[in-house]
Every structure is written in C-alpha cells, then in structure tokens.
Design a protein around this ligand. Structure first.
Ligand code: HEC
Ligand code: HEC
Ligand code: HEC
Length: 157
C-alpha cells in the first residue's frame, strides 16, 4: 500500500467522523426543522447502505438503465421493481399506494426537495402483488448486490 493511499484512507475516516458528528447535531435539532418523513422499508436490507442510497440512488438507477437499455444487460439490484417492492407503502387496504399518493416512498424526499421524476409514467410504482413481508426480499442474486455495492463505492470516491 502506498503512503498516498493511507493518507487518503485517513482523510476518509476523518471526514466520515465529521459527518457523523454533524449528523448528530442536525439530528438533535430535527424537532425544529421539518425533515421529510421517509417511510420504512418492508424488510431486507437495501442494495447499498442507506447513507449511500440517499446520496447516490439517482446515478445508480441511471446506471441500471444504461446497462439494461443500452447494453442489454441487467443488474437486478438496480431494477426499479426491486425498489418499489421493498419500499412499498401500505394503502391500509391490503395493497400499496402508487406514486399518485404523497405517501409514496419516492415522493417523501422529492416533494420536500421539489424534485420531479417521470420514471413512473412507464415503470410500475408499486409491487405487482400486495406487499407482504415475505415478498419483500426480491429475487436479487447476491452477485447483483455485490456489483451495485462496488459501483456505489466507485462513485462515492
Ligand atoms: C431488499 C429490500 C430493498 C431493496 C431491493 C431496495 N431497498 Fe432501499 N432500503 C431498504 C432498507 C431496509 C433501507 C434502510 C431504511 C429503512 O429501513 O427503511 C433502505 C434505504 C433506502 C434509502 C434511504 C432512505 C432513508 O431513510 O433516508 C433510499 C433512498 C433507498 N433505500 C432507495 C432505494 C432504491 C432507489 C432502490 C432500488 C434501486 C432500493 N432502495 C432497493 C431496503 C431495500
Ligand atoms: C432520502 C430521500 C429520497 C428518497 C427516499 C428518494 N429520493 Fe430520489 N432524490 C432525492 C434527492 C434529494 C434528489 C435530488 C438530487 C440532486 O438534485 O442532486 C433525488 C433525485 C432523484 C432522481 C434524479 C432526478 C433528476 O431530475 O435528476 C431520480 C431518478 C430519483 N431521485 C429516483 C428515486 C426513486 C425511483 C425513488 C424511490 C424508489 C427515490 N428517488 C427516493 C432524494 C430521495
Ligand atoms: C418512456 C418510458 C420510460 C421512462 C419515462 C423511464 N423508463 Fe426506465 N425503462 C423503460 C424501458 C422500456 C426499460 C427496459 C425494460 C426492460 O428491460 O424490461 C427501462 C428500464 C429501466 C431500468 C432497468 C430495468 C428495470 O426493470 O428497472 C431502470 C433501472 C430504469 N429503467 C430506470 C428508470 C428511471 C430511474 C427513470 C426516471 C428517471 C426511468 N427509468 C424512466 C422505459 C422508461
């Protein structure tokens, strides 16, 4: 390992610590600032750690689209169907809300941040079947998780 890369590592650790402390300070004031209420996922763990997802889900989805549409390949972990399965929000009637509801997972932050996406004009915004805890772990092979995690690390650099 070169000296440069250990310095980079140290810087990364220090900046992560600073971010953690800042998050604590911001969190302590969360009662005063209206933050978006993000609905809990039905089960499982995300295709990448939540803090990476918060920052990088846009480019991950873009990446999934590029691979699927332009190269005919698929990273299943990057499929929108996976996202809406795990992040389904109950409509209280045994089904899940569509993106027309402000309760929809993908609108929690987007409404707050005034982000508009057209994805759900073509893609389903809720699972095909009613969300059940047992359905929440989709047929995502471990290799797809690993591929996305690698990609997340790459773009986080
Ligand atoms: C196997 C289930 C699963 C899949 C598939 C999944 N997620 Fe997640 N996701 C989770 C869990 C669990 C969390 C952690 C927070 C929680 O429990 O709600 C999470 C967290 C997140 C967060 C951070 C939310 C916050 O609290 O700030 C975002 C953004 C996100 N996911 C987007 C996506 C996107 C986009 C996809 C599709 C590429 C996706 N997720 C696929 C389960 C999943
Ligand atoms: C934890 C908050 C949060 C959640 C939950 C979330 N997003 Fe986002 N998303 C954002 C923010 C903030 C931006 C704007 C980022 C920017 O402008 O750099 C964004 C931007 C995007 C973009 C790019 C839009 C553009 O015009 O460039 C896409 C695509 C996207 N999100 C898809 C999704 C999908 C699909 C879901 C649900 C599976 C989702 N997001 C859930 C916070 C979130
Ligand atoms: C005009 C229709 C249309 C719109 C709008 C659209 N897509 Fe797609 N998308 C498609 C089609 C068609 C495919 C290929 C389907 C397949 O491979 O089965 C696809 C594939 C994908 C895939 C990979 C495969 C999958 O099933 O998820 C991702 C990820 C994806 N799109 C994300 C997005 C995101 C994010 C947005 C919004 C920023 C978006 N798409 C907007 C039509 C659309």
């Amino acid at each position: 390992m070169s000296e440069r890369s250990s310095l980079e590592r140290l810087l990364l650790v220090v900046s992560l610590l600073v971010m953690t402390v800042l998050a604590g300070i911001i969190g302590a004031h969360a009662g005063e600032v209206p933050l978006p209420a993000v609905p809990k996922a039905t089960a499982g763990s995300c295709v990448a750690p939540p803090e990476v997802m918060r920052r990088s889900h846009m480019s991950m989805l873009q990446h999934g689209r590029d691979l699927s549409v332009r190269q005919g390949e698929r990273i299943d972990g990057g499929r929108l169907t996976g996202c809406v399965n795990c992040h389904a929000v109950s409509d209280g009637k045994g089904g899940a809300v569509t993106v027309s509801s402000p309760q929809h997972f993908c609108r929690a932050c987007h409404d707050y941040a005034a982000v508009k996406i057209d994805c759900f004009e073509c893609h389903a915004s809720r699972p095909e079947q009613a969300p059940k805890a047992s359905d929440a772990s989709p047929d995502v092979p471990a290799s797809a998780h690993a591929a996305l995690a690698d990609y997340a690390k790459e773009i986080a650099r």
